[in-house]
Design a protein around this ligand. Structure first.
Ligand SMILES: Cc1cc2nc3c(=O)[nH]c(=O)nc-3n(C[C@H](O)[C@H](O)[C@H](O)COP(=O)(O)OP(=O)(O)OC[C@H]3O[C@@H](n4cnc5c(N)ncnc54)[C@H](O)[C@@H]3O)c2cc1C
Length: 419
């Protein structure tokens, strides 16, 4: 079967890999001149099933006000961008801020993320992908005792879900991240998730795309998708600025831009672009650099070690599709890397990037079939698309191949919004 994949981010390319491996002829269509040029380009690099939690949680509406008022705010709303779509999405998200929805959504996210990590283990055995990958866990770091005191609830959830974790004092944290010795007085302790991994999503996607090409996948780049076309309950083609592309099946992996294209055939997906920022910096002093990911829980900023670079990512901003990078938005990421790992980098050498997390109100991606028998979705991965990439792609590939997926499909498809 010929399958057209719309979007060449990490989700589109990972899908291309599994579908090509199962014998299909695959064409990936993307508006950029190479893969992973949008949200999959500069993310924080965490492959973190242990950190899979919905944003919509009990107490979050109140906490969000505190975050907005905080110095170096981790969350902000650009009021100029508050249109009807934004307000409707925010209302849906607020409706998920209760214990029952939180538990349901978290269980769904974890199901995909844990499966995805297994898929990472498998792909490393099969391919030699160059992506600065490390398997050294992640460390959540706390600046205040009251954050540690509040941790018991999270630890209880980790226990119930069987996720390996270690509560550490600062000496324990320094054992895993020796460079923290230069900043130990600023922190009170941490929570380590040893099963988590790290890596550069852009390098991974680029490297995997080369493997896809060996399997015959065609990358149709510099091609802007305008709409899908349907006839008799099936999608027949996709209209692009370079002409129509026909195929037997279509998979939408357009990240934050999925709603615009899907609505051309009457499908509404509640995906909102939540803006974030990152810095990428060359390491100046190896002895002062991190080993893996450290999450500063006060500022919600992740610091991740790639081989000879450090990626620092954070901030959640409601700003519609605006990708501007005002200097003032660097403040929290600039501060955290210098405060946590003084002397490791020179922030003047940083590349500053912004991206749009394709976020659903329940933080769970939308995977699987639609009302059209040959249109499938692999989108809406929000804060954890790199983490969930391989698992989501393998799952959707199994759905397209009419194979029973390895994980339970309950609650993963678009149907959950119509129930
Ligand atoms: C600051 C930040 C930090 C993050 N940190 C992490 C992290 O540490 N761990 C983690 O797991 N996740 C993280 N994420 C989330 C993760 O990066 C995303 O979930 C993931 O990259 C989404 O991948 P995607 O393939 O769905 O979207 P994209 O990478 O955006 O791919 C979509 C593709 O569709 C193409 N496209 C869109 N519209 C059209 C059109 N009309 N025509 C043709 N092509 C089109 C684009 O060019 C793009 O290549 C972070 C995100 C941000 C912003």
């Amino acid at each position: 079967m010929h399958i057209a994949i719309l979007g060449g981010g990490v989700l589109g390319v990972a899908s291309a890999w599994y579908l090509a491996k199962s014998g299909h002829q695959v064409t990936v269509i993307d508006r950029q001149d190479s893969v992973a040029q949008e949200t999959s380009l500069g993310n924080a690099g965490m492959i973190s099933p242990g950190y899979s939690s919905p944003w919509a949680a009990p107490g979050v509406p109140i906490k969000a006000i505190g975050w907005m008022l905080q110095d170096l705010a981790p969350f902000m709303i650009n009021v100029k961008e508050l249109d009807g779509y934004t307000l409707s999405w925010m209302t849906k998200m607020l409706a998920n801020c209760n214990t029952r929805s939180y538990q349901t959504n978290k269980a769904r996210m974890l199901r995909i993320a844990e499966y995805s990590r297994d898929c990472f283990v498998d792909i490393r055995k099969e391919l030699n992908l160059d992506y600065d990958g490390r398997q050294l866990g992640t460390l959540q770091l706390f600046r205040k005792q009251k954050q540690i005191d509040a941790l018991q609830k999270d630890i209880q959830i980790l226990k119930e879900l069987g996720i390996e974790h270690q509560a550490l004092d600062m000496n324990g944290c320094i054992e895993y991240e020796p460079a923290l010795i230069h900043a130990q007085e600023k922190f009170v302790g941490g929570l380590r998730l040893p099963g988590d991994e790290t890596g550069d999503c852009f390098k991974f996607t680029t490297s995997l795309a080369k493997e896809c090409e060996k399997l015959g996948v065609v990358f149709k780049m510099n091609t802007r998708i305008e709409r899908l076309n349907e006839s008799d309950g099936k999608i027949v083609s996709v209209t692009t600025d370079t002409g129509a592309v026909t195929a037997d099946a279509f998979l939408c992996a357009l990240g934050s831009y999925s709603p615009q294209i899907l609505k051309t055939v009457g499908i509404n997906v509640p995906i909102y672009p939540i803006k974030g920022y990152s810095l990428t910096l060359p390491i100046e002093d190896e002895s002062r650099a991190p080993q893996s990911t450290i999450m500063d829980e006060t500022y919600k900023v992740a610091v991740t070690r790639f081989e000879d670079r450090i990626r620092v990512g954070g901030t959640a901003e409601i700003a519609s599709y605006n990708l501007d990078r005002p200097d003032k938005r660097r403040a929290s990421v600039d501060f955290v890397i210098q405060d946590m790992f003084p002397g490791a980098v020179d922030v003047a050498k940083a590349e500053f990037w912004s991206g749009l997390r394709p976020m659903t109100p329940d933080s769970t991606p939308i995977l699987g079939g639609t009302k059209y028998s040959n249109l499938f979705l692999n989108t809406g991965h929000g804060t954890l698309g790199w983490t969930m990439s391989l698992g989501s792609a393998k799952f959707v590939s199994d759905v397209i191949n009419k194979k029973t997926p390895d994980i339970d499909p309950e609650g993963l498809s678009i149907e959950r919004y119509y129930a």
